[in-house]
Design a protein around this ligand. Sequence first.
Ligand code: SF4
Length: 300
Amino acid sequence: MVAFPTVQDLASAETDQVMALWKGLGYYSRARNLHNAARIIVGEHAGVMPKNAEEWSALPGVGPYTAAAISSICYGEAVPVVDGNVQRVMSRLFDIEHAVDRKAGKQAVDEACQMLLDVADPGTSNQAWMELGALICAPKSPLCAQCPLMDGCLARERKTMLQRPVKQPKKAALAVEVSFSIALRQEPNSPLQWWVERRPEKGIWSQLEAFPCVMTPLSSEKEAAVNTGLFAERDANDARFGPVKHILTHRRMTAYFEVVQNPPTPKMPGRWVDVSSGDANWPRLIDKVLPELRAWIVKN
Ligand code: SF4
């Protein structure tokens, strides 16, 4: 908010500037989407914010929840907001047996929300449902005795509160080995530099900067055999820096860094950065071991 106080300020910022400010917060797609949405609002809507959920949903990164929250609370549009709290309340109130993250369960929750929305004051109504879920209909210990819906709640009557909402089992994160290739350059009278390229627009670490890398699936046996520490110095038989363990939502990463003689043919635009003093929009995996990695490069 300090860097970009208006939507016009954000729209005219450079991508690198936005990504640098977001650094360390994770979920980098949010920064990209926010930036792109600002550009669309300024470029296509003359800087005027959308006024209803349909128009908000057309912006990148704005899903049904955000669109409904903004348009009902700010503009009084009669659209229900369905967050995790509301899902839980509705699935208990109507004792919905379908998984709420599948089509049938989602539809049942949406219909319940639509039916119970106070169209005279949708913003307050939506906030009341969310708050009831957050404060009373808690996930592990719902305070049914204090709940204004106690008499009509099917899950309470059937004692299924703790089995609602039903959710489909989560997919396990995939174990991968990440091999970073570090190309170095030493020009006369200049500091040692390494080659850093911009990550593709889609996928892991998109639009951040990293050494070129290859990701391959890692067997559970090999993963279990890897040192569980944050990182280990290279040993006599291994010319790599690592392993560096890192966990993203859908990936369990074991990363290694290796110096290569010739820079790989660049697949993405990149630049030479001073090893000891230069900065880049690193992903957290690299950022957290940067001092050790720099020292390892200089030593070797
Ligand atoms: S009665 Fe209990 S389970 Fe039902 S909505 Fe209220 S707090 Fe949730």
